[in-house]
Design a protein. Structure first.
Length: 199
């Protein structure tokens, strides 16, 4: 088992990914190019993307997450919240910078009525949706981490992990010809871990 701490950043921040491949069908809107314009902006338009971290769980040859020693060595099979390798995840992981943008999606009147008293038996959950480029590697069990940004939208230094989200639904959005255009990750806002309220 690797002894390298899994939380080290794997890619350099601020580096723009290679341009999206051209559309395979001139009759269709090139959503890859549209996504890049949304994330990185255009000469005449602002960028809407922000730097995020993806916590990709290390997986074995069968695709299962690799358990950390703090969990596999316990009879209770519970991870050590103070483990210096997995930071309480129970599994080894790597973090990589990615570009994306997000939005809230809720019922009723949206953000105005996010916190209301509901009748017994009724459940209301707000979702935060993250959008990523087509070439982003994300699987169920991975985590999306928002970094603290300054007033200009740049990542603050030193890095501060502000909120951690676990994808509940991953959707690969495809064009009519089947080409993958972008990825949407739906996360429950209720379950987000925040730096000011880790519990």
């Amino acid at each position: 088992m690797s002894s390298r701490r899994p939380g080290l950043f794997g890619s350099k921040p601020g580096r723009r990914p290679a341009a999206a491949a051209p559309s395979t069908d001139g009759a269709e809107l090139d959503l890859r190019a549209e996504m890049d314009e949304i994330l990185f902006g255009t000469p005449n338009g602002p960028k809407h993307g922000k730097m995020l971290l993806l916590r990709n769980m290390r997986r074995d040859s069968d695709g299962y997450p690799t358990e950390c020693e703090c969990q596999s060595g316990q009879s209770t099979r519970e991870p050590d919240p103070d483990c210096s390798y997995c930071l309480g995840e129970g599994y080894l992981w790597d973090e990589n910078y990615v570009w994306g943008f997000s939005m809230f999606a809720g019922a009723d009147n949206g953000m105005v009525r996010r916190y209301v008293t509901m009748a017994p038996g009724m459940v209301r959950v707000d979702y935060k949706i993250f959008f990523f480029r087509y070439d982003t590697t994300i699987l169920y069990g991975d985590k999306i981490i928002e970094l603290k940004l300054d007033d200009d939208g740049d990542v603050e230094l030193p890095y501060v992990r502000e909120a951690i989200y676990k994808p509940q639904t991953l959707q690969k959005r495809r064009a009519d010809n089947g080409r993958l255009e972008f990825i949407a990750a739906f996360c429950r806002e209720k379950d987000a871990l925040r730096s000011d309220n880790p519990q």
